[in-house]
Design a protein around this ligand. Structure first.
Ligand code: FEO
Length: 173
């Protein structure tokens, strides 16, 4: 059983995860547009992961007998300055998501909602990995600078990222 505030905040978080998916889909499209197909793959994998994050919340709210409420998804930017710009924006966005998850944990603790607190721990851990991945790629892009060969090598490397599904759409996350 979810309290009203907890339910509202979970529905808002689902929307933020959907926006994250949309943002990375846009970055994937832009990467492909400028000929960096490896980066396009990396961001498309990220898009799929974000859709799963949204579905985790969707499934959890349903499992707890709450009412899922879908909200409008904001339009993401369509043009970026460079791969570094995309990853810096990705990191900034993930830091925003981390704060949002932490705020959700605070709500769960405040309401003594232990089930939601446990549910959210997966997201707390996931955010550490997400920020770390972004920081690694930002460091590499800064080292590469305007070296075209270096950029193409990194493009090849991030092109090997594979999406590994973790949940099925209709059961528990
Ligand atoms: Fe679902 Fe990238 O946070």
């Amino acid at each position: 059983m979810l309290g009203k505030k907890m339910l509202d905040e979970l529905n808002k978080q689902m929307n933020k995860e959907m926006y994250s998916a949309y943002l990375y889909m846009s970055m994937s499209a832009y990467s492909e547009y400028i000929g960096l197909n490896g980066f396009a793959n990396w961001f498309m994998v990220q898009y799929k992961e974000e859709m799963e994050h949204a579905m985790r919340i969707y499934n959890y709210v349903n499992d707890q007998g709450g009412q899922v409420k879908l909200m409008a998804i904001e339009e993401p930017p369509a043009v970026f300055e460079s791969p570094l710009d995309m990853f810096e924006k990705t990191l900034t966005h993930e830091q925003f998501i981390t704060k949002s998850i932490n705020d959700l944990v605070d709500v769960a603790l405040g309401e003594k909602d232990h089930a939601t607190n446990i549910f959210l721990q997966w997201f707390v851990t996931e955010q550490i990995e997400e920020e770390s991945n972004d920081n690694d790629i930002i460091s590499q892009l800064k080292l590469i600078g305007d070296n075209g060969n270096g950029l193409l090598m990194l493009d090849k490397e991030v092109g090997t990222r594979v999406f590994v599904p973790q949940i099925t759409g209709d059961s528990q996350a």
